[in-house]
Design a protein around this ligand. Structure first.
Ligand SMILES: *[C@@H]1O[C@H](CO)[C@@H](O)[C@H](O)[C@H]1NC(C)=O
Ligand SMILES: *[C@@H]1O[C@H](CO)[C@@H](O)[C@H](O)[C@H]1NC(C)=O
Ligand SMILES: *[C@@H]1O[C@H](CO)[C@@H](O)[C@H](O)[C@H]1NC(C)=O
Ligand SMILES: *[C@@H]1O[C@H](CO)[C@@H](O)[C@H](O)[C@H]1NC(C)=O
Ligand SMILES: [Zn+2]
Length: 491
């Protein structure tokens, strides 16, 4: 693991340099809570200082950063995201005596692009597949049989043409064949093209422009100097966006962390608290995974629990809590995950607010923590592309039949499209969980070696991209073996 200790770009902006010693929570710093004159952290007091205005001030910064980015977003390792990382480092540098701040550098493959499709002179809606190469072919369409999961599904006339393949069952990379320019169309458009094709030859032009490049980026980790460093209460949210400023997804989660971290500095803690800010979540939870993979066993063992806050201000929100006890979705987290769920359920109940459960499926940065097998985890979520039911609308208000966040991964994910009241409620829930566990882990299960029959829920890697499709190195390698000769793939 490489922790950054001397990056000029970042250090020039922080008044106190991140400490150059060891990985976060390395236990070399004594527990200062005994001599700390501050009052012990308390949930009600910690919640009281949180304000809408402070949250919105951070959000306006994210919008500024996205504006300064040539792509208008905060994709990891780009201008908008680099500014975000610097902003977080600078924020924590306000309290050099309270937090140890580390920037963890890593390199990952970034991809972005645009696509245009015209068929017989008509422009059709199309999206570029993440990691697709660029290309600008004009050719006849050729339908691939079945779902394109078997080499035998590809008829010989596909060679040199644009292959049209249905979604379903196997990985995109397997269907795609060789590493050719690839894009997605809706099922409706796909079916219309198939119908045209049944009537005679159809010529299509596809124009894909993409950038696939390795980018250097950073996780930020800020750990209290006080509190027992062998009992780390860790929480996290991601700092990158995919399209647009990403105020809800997921500015909302990490901004809540910033404000709770600030409020916490007035108090002493019994257990260390580590605020994490993950990069490259949108490309498959890469930052959190890098962190977990590179943390020595002895350090991992000190993490008593992990809390994730990702999209907590959706405009058409539901107060979802990760179903850590498996009561609703039958995906049960490691022992203690149930207690975390119940802590949040109680929080909403005490505030006379409804709450609901969401599957504990690893669809955000807690996935890599879950995979360790024995780190109790939990967190909040206010909904993404899912559709609000009539039942939920009756409970929460908002619009039934519409997405929880209609701007999910869109340019509209900005300032005006967050539920600010819900965001404040959830930021208080974050404060409540931090205060509770920083104060005491009494009754919280001690970490045991992973139970023989605990199986981490099937990971949905690169989940964010599921609507757009994508390829990874693995997909590419696997399909090379089939070696179909078509030029382009359309799904
Ligand atoms: C973002 O930061 C990384 C790491 O310092 C740097 O390599 C990269 O050039 C920066 N990107 C931009 C667009 O400034
Ligand atoms: C990214 O880095 C990996 C590992 O070093 C390398 O194999 C790959 O070719 C690089 N990809 C690009 C697009 O530069
Ligand atoms: C819950 O999951 C377990 C393990 O996958 C399975 O054996 C069991 O049948 C499931 N229970 C229900 C009610 O679906
Ligand atoms: C697995 O779970 C079952 C049922 O909960 C339990 O009876 C069994 O002892 C467990 N096995 C191991 C190896 O922990
Ligand atoms: Zn996202």
């Amino acid at each position: 693991m490489r922790f950054l200790t001397a990056l000029a770009l970042l250090l020039s902006l922080v008044s106190a340099a991140p400490r150059p010693d060891g990985p976060p929570g390395d236990g070399t710093k004594g527990d200062t809570s005994a001599t700390d004159p501050r009052p012990l952290v308390d949930s009600a007091r910690l919640q009281k200082t949180l304000t809408r205005k402070a949250l919105l001030d951070h959000a306006s910064k994210l919008i500024e950063f996205a504006k300064q980015d040539p792509e208008g977003n905060r994709g990891f390792g780009g201008v908008g995201h680099n500014l975000t990382v610097q902003y977080i480092a600078k924020w924590f540098a306000q309290w050099p005596d309270y937090y140890d701040v580390k920037l963890q550098e890593f390199v990952e493959l970034y991809s972005a692009g645009t696509a245009a499709l015209s068929v017989e002179g008509e422009n059709l809606e199309v999206t570029e597949f993440t990691y697709s190469p660029s290309g600008k072919p004009t050719a006849e369409l050729a339908a691939v049989n079945n779902l394109g999961c078997e080499a035998a599904d590809f008829p010989p006339e596909v060679d040199g043409r644009i292959a049209l393949i249905s979604r379903g069952t196997c990985e995109f990379g397997l269907k795609q064949g060789p590493y050719v320019p690839t894009a997605g169309v809706s099922q409706e458009i796909g079916q219309a093209l198939l119908a045209d094709l049944a009537a005679g030859p159809v010529v299509a032009s596809l124009d894909i422009f993409s950038v696939n490049e390795n980018r250097t980026t950073y996780n930020v980790l800020a750990t209290t100097k006080g509190g027992n460093q062998d009992n780390v209460v860790q929480l996290g949210g991601h700092t990158d966006s995919i399209v647009g400023p990403g105020v809800n997804d997921n500015g909302s989660g990490f901004i809540a962390e910033l404000e709770v971290a600030k409020a916490l500095t007035r108090y002493k803690v019994n257990n260390a608290v580590r605020f994490s800010f993950w990069s490259a979540e949108e490309f498959g939870l890469l930052g959190a995974e890098y962190y977990v993979k590179n943390l020595p066993e002895s350090e991992l063992a000190k993490i008593r629990l992990y809390l994730n806050f990702d999209m907590i201000a959706s405009p058409n929100l539901v107060y979802f809590i990760y179903d850590g006890d498996g009561s609703a979705f039958n995906l049960t987290g490691p022992a203690g995950s149930d207690q975390i769920e119940h802590l949040f359920t109680d929080f909403y109940k005490r505030n006379n607010l409804p709450s609901s459960q969401t599957a504990f499926d690893g669809r955000s940065d807690y996935g890599p923590f879950l995979e360790i097998g024995n780190i109790p985890s939990g967190g909040l979520f206010t909904g993404a592309e899912g559709i609000k039911t009539a039942e939920q609308a009756a409970l929460y208000g908002g619009v039934a039949g519409e997405a929880y966040d209609p701007n999910y991964h869109g340019k509209g994910d900005d300032f005006n499209n967050v539920d600010i009241d819900g965001w404040l409620v959830n930021t208080k829930a974050v404060a409540h969980s931090v205060a509770t566990y920083a104060r005491s882990l009494k009754g919280f299960p001690v970490r045991e070696p992973p139970a023989g029959n605990f199986t981490a829920p099937a990971r949905k890697r690169h989940v964010h991209l599921h609507e757009r499709g994508e390829f990874n190195a693995l997909g590419e390698r696997r399909v090379r073996a089939c070696g179909h000769g078509h030029k382009v793939t359309l799904f």
